[in-house]
Design a binder for this molecule. Structure first.
Ligand SMILES: Nc1ncnc2c1ncn2[C@@H]1O[C@H](COP(=O)(O)OP(=O)(O)OP(=O)(O)O)[C@@H](O)[C@H]1O
Ligand SMILES: [Mg+2]
Length: 385
């Protein structure tokens, strides 16, 4: 953005608010509350696409016919308001075909709304476990396209944009799908809204149980490798169709890595493929994807590949040589932590808009999260850096 930007209604307004920002034909602008209110039918329940950690998302259509998704943020304090503006600034700069960029925002005295392009195929979550799960739109080719595209979006955030951005909440509901099933990673700006400037939240960890890297869950230690870990879980979820954490009869919860581990050890790769694909997948690609995921979910962050390496491997070229079959060493979350895991809305797969997602314990206090995982029942200590 330019020299000054608008943040709260009664302040300086950037003379260039309606200009083209970034590259390509992507533009963003400031919307009025009235305009967004009208576009979303007064933020009606019927227009609600879902609800996440930051607020609710509504479908809308502007007077010039553009379909939008409006994220209405929950009330925040004045410090956070400034953070909001900074994040909007970051979002406005980021341009990549696999990242959901900013279409605009509205910042009134007590309202903060973010406007994105509406993604007609909604999220990966809705296809794997939500309202489209029964329709099987995701054939193997599309799944590979989604894996590569979302990895490329992350690579851009980690290595190409300045300053680098760590997403911190990579998960199926944050991978949106356009009309051509091209993936767009969403919510990369807001993950950073919480910690800075809101002092009582500085010791909190935001994320979704099942996708969280152990060092982040334990000590709030954030690095690009946390995203790599989450991407590994996402990749497993994409090719197997399993949920990151599932409830077994009797209430016991099992992580996707715990489920996959014995099958990988026995070399039963075919049994790892999503049954909905009815065997219609490329077995070599499936093996390769599982191996890449196994590298991504290694417990020590320094042993995980970078997103650059992940993208090369997904595209079939591994700069470190042939990917050797890797065993997954699954992380077992402690019972207390699993109990805090919120009930999944997609347990009753099917109709209705996507609700809160699953396994969310956004903004959990760090001290509750000591040693949240065990390896095969044995407590495992990680060296504090
Ligand atoms: N641009 C969009 N087009 C279509 N659906 C969207 C769009 N943006 C968000 N959604 C959907 O709206 C729902 C709520 O999104 P939101 O980002 O608020 O929550 P979340 O992704 O579940 O959790 P988090 O707050 O951690 O991101 C999700 O199902 C998401 O896929
Ligand atoms: Mg989201």
């Amino acid at each position: 953005m330019g020299s000054s930007w608008s943040c709260c209604g009664n302040e300086k307004v950037d003379e260039a608010t309606n200009r083209i920002s970034g590259t390509g034909n992507a533009t963003w602008r400031i919307f009025t509350y009235k305009e967004l209110h009208a576009a979303t039918n007064g933020f009606s329940e019927d227009n609600k696409l879902g609800e996440g950690g930051f607020g609710s998302v509504y479908w809308g259509r502007t007077t010039d016919g553009l379909q939008i998704a409006v994220k209405k943020l929950k009330a925040m304090n004045s410090k956070a308001e400034m953070e909001f503006a900074v994040e909007v600034e970051v979002l406005g700069r980021v341009r990549h075909r696999n990242l959901l960029g900013l279409r605009g925002y509205c910042a009134g005295t007590d309202q903060r709304l973010i406007v994105y392009d509406y993604m007609p195929n909604l999220s990966l979550l809705s296809h794997l476990h939500g309202q489209f799960a029964g329709e099987v739109h995701l054939d193997w080719k599309r799944r590979m396209k989604i894996a590569i595209g979302s990895a490329e979006g992350l690579l851009y955030l980690h290595h190409e944009v300045t300053p680098h951005i760590i997403h911190r909440d990579i998960k199926a509901s944050n991978v949106l799908l356009d009309s051509d099933f091209e993936p767009l990673v969403a919510d990369f700006g807001f993950a950073k809204l919480i910690p800075e400037g809101v002092s009582h939240m500085t010791t909190r960890v935001k994320g979704t149980l099942g996708y969280l890297a152990p060092e982040y869950a334990m000590w709030g230690k954030v690095s690009e490798s946390c995203d790599v870990y989450s991407f590994g879980i996402l990749l497993l979820e994409l090719v197997t169709g399993r949920k990151p954490i599932e409830k077994l009869p009797g209430g016991v919860k099992r992580t996707i890595t715990e489920w996959a581990e014995p099958l990988i050890t026995k070399g039963r790769f075919k049994d790892l493929g999503d049954p909905k694909l009815r065997g219609n997948f490329d077995e070599n690609q499936l093996k390769q994807s599982i191996n890449i995921a196994a590298l991504c979910v290694k417990s020590e962050p320094e042993n995980r590949p970078t997103m650059k390496v992940v993208v090369s491997m997904l595209k079939g070229y591994d700069p470190r040589g042939k990917v050797m079959p890797t065993r997954i060493r699954s992380i077992k979350y402690k019972e207390e932590l699993l109990e805090l895991d919120q009930p999944s809305d997609y347990e009753n797969d099917g109709d209705g808009p996507e609700e809160k997602g699953y396994g969310v314990f956004g903004a959990m206090e760090e001290q509750k999260m000591q040693d949240p995982y065990l390896h095969h029942g044995k407590s495992r200590k990680m060296a504090r850096k």
